[in-house]
Design a binder for this molecule. Structure first.
Ligand SMILES: [Zn+2]
Length: 463
């Protein structure tokens, strides 16, 4: 079937925007449409306000802009186009929306009429503050499956395509520079652990010069499915059903291979010359850190997150000062990607249940069903995108992170545990349980019996 030509609606009042975007009134007429995905039946005799809304699209009504993941060049690869606006409804080649979870705020801004959905971004002066050297991995469909390797270059690579095809093409990566002020770094300078060099450590206050990269998730579904060892169809079905039908195109558009999931992204913090990160003759120190807002920002002492993060930054800075480079990657995977509500429920169950290290993981499993949902399989992509080929000092004890990185072909020379003196008083339960479960240590691995004697604080201790 030939693609249906849609009228352009740019400039129309909001109330008419969707009225003219109608391509599919009768989903049952589509032979490729899965039977279970159909427009919901009306249950009211009142006129529905969304009669003309397109619930999903189908291949036979669409002519997506070609997107060939892993192709030999950016133009051959093609842009990631997710937006429905302008001609995007028929031409989009990606499922989901930009900005991860913030897509909902974008929708609120449009819905509350504070943002014109047809706003055209002006990217003047927003280009990367430093260049990330192009890597072979950017052109390999297996190496990078969880981010768009050209996401920082889209306004420059695909501006013409955006105009000729009348679609919105947005960056998914941004690259900048900044200065960081952290109490721990001031302390490190005061106690002679760090030296002021005027380049990385800028002054006696411990201010750090840093290069930063923000990355939004862009998933190439066949590659993601392969990393998890499941068929792509099963992954699509789970993503569709388990999000309560949020993205029907996961099942109606098997021809579209890219998905922008509504999840948090990551930030890369580089200390030292960013060009050294991919230089195999230079040493590299790395910490991969998963978000823990309670500790990272608010200083909770129930876990080792902030102390380990600060230790990671300090060691990354030292590596940069010694002529190598230091990288900290911060993933938005709060509470082992279970979220803060689940995390606090687990805290309650622990504190009311005696909080011993032998029960640490069990408490999470009781509530969440699993002990961890961070799934490190996709984590190494950003390392490959940066051109990291060897990690000299891995500032992490996680066996899951270690194994995921090594499995993706990046060797780790040395693993550096958090120093004992940095473990906060109430977090022995966590760290000893994790070490027992396989976390790397140079120290003692307690057995299950010994873990029973490792107690956390209970509420009665502080009341
Ligand atoms: Zn934590």
């Amino acid at each position: 079937m030939a693609p249906v030509a849609l009228p352009r609606t740019s400039g129309l009042p909001q109330s008419q925007i969707f009225a003219d975007h109608h391509i599919c009134k009768n989903p049952e007429s589509h032979t490729h449409a899965p039977q279970k995905v159909a427009a919901p039946k009306k249950t009211s005799t009142k006129a529905a306000p969304f009669d003309d809304l397109v619930l999903t699209t189908y291949p036979e009504d669409s002519s997506p802009i070609p997107l060939s993941w892993g192709a030999a060049g950016p133009q051959a690869r093609g842009p990631v186009v997710a937006s429905r606006y302008h001609d995007g409804l028929t031409k989009h080649n990606s499922i989901g929306a930009h900005s991860g979870s913030y897509c909902v705020y974008h929708a609120l801004a449009v819905g509350s009429k504070q943002l014109d959905p047809y706003h055209v971004a002006d990217y003047t002066n927003s280009q990367p503050a430093f260049s990330v050297p192009e890597q072979k991995s950017w052109y390999n469909a297996k190496d990078i499956v969880a981010m768009d390797p050209f996401g920082h270059l889209t306004p420059y690579l695909f501006d013409e395509t955006s105009k000729t095809e009348n679609v919105e093409i947005r960056p998914t990566i941004a690259i900048t520079k900044a200065t960081m002020q952290l109490f721990e770094m001031k302390d490190a300078v005061a106690n002679k652990r760090l030296e002021v060099d005027g380049q990385v450590v800028l002054n006696e206050n411990g201010d750090l010069s840093v290069s930063k990269v923000a990355v939004e998730p862009v998933w190439y579904l066949p590659g993601v499915a392969e990393r998890f060892g499941v068929p792509e169809t099963e992954l699509r079905r789970a993503l569709f059903e388990d999000t309560n039908g949020m993205y029907p195109e996961l099942v109606t558009r098997p021809d579209i291979k890219v998905f922008l999931p509504p999840i948090g992204g990551l930030t890369v913090y580089i200390f030292g010359n960013p060009a050294f990160v991919s230089d195999p003759s230079r040493k590299l120190a790395l910490r991969v850190h998963d978000e823990c807002n309670g500790s990272d920002v608010f200083g909770s002492d129930i876990c080792t997150c902030r102390p380990y993060l600060m230790f990671g930054i300090e060691e990354a800075v030292k590596e940069a000062q010694q002529g190598g480079s230091g990288v900290v990657v911060y993933f938005r995977k709060e509470g082992r990607a279970l979220g803060e509500v689940t995390k606090y429920l687990v805290y309650n169950a622990r504190k009311r249940g005696g909080d011993t290290a032998d029960e640490y993981f069990h408490r999470t499993e009781c509530i969440a069903g699993v002990r961890d949902m961070r799934f490190q399989q996709l984590m190494p992509d950003v390392l490959k995108w940066l051109g990291i080929t060897r990690i000299d000092r891995m500032l992490s004890m996680s066996n899951m992170k270690h194994d995921a990185i090594v499995e993706q072909g990046i060797p780790i020379v040395e693993r550096v545990p958090i120093p004992d003196e940095l473990v906060p008083p109430d977090s022995r339960v966590e760290i000893d349980a994790k070490i027992n479960a396989g976390y790397f240590t140079n120290g003692k691995v307690m057995d299950q019996q010994e873990l029973k004697s490792v107690h956390g604080r209970t509420w009665s201790d502080i009341e």
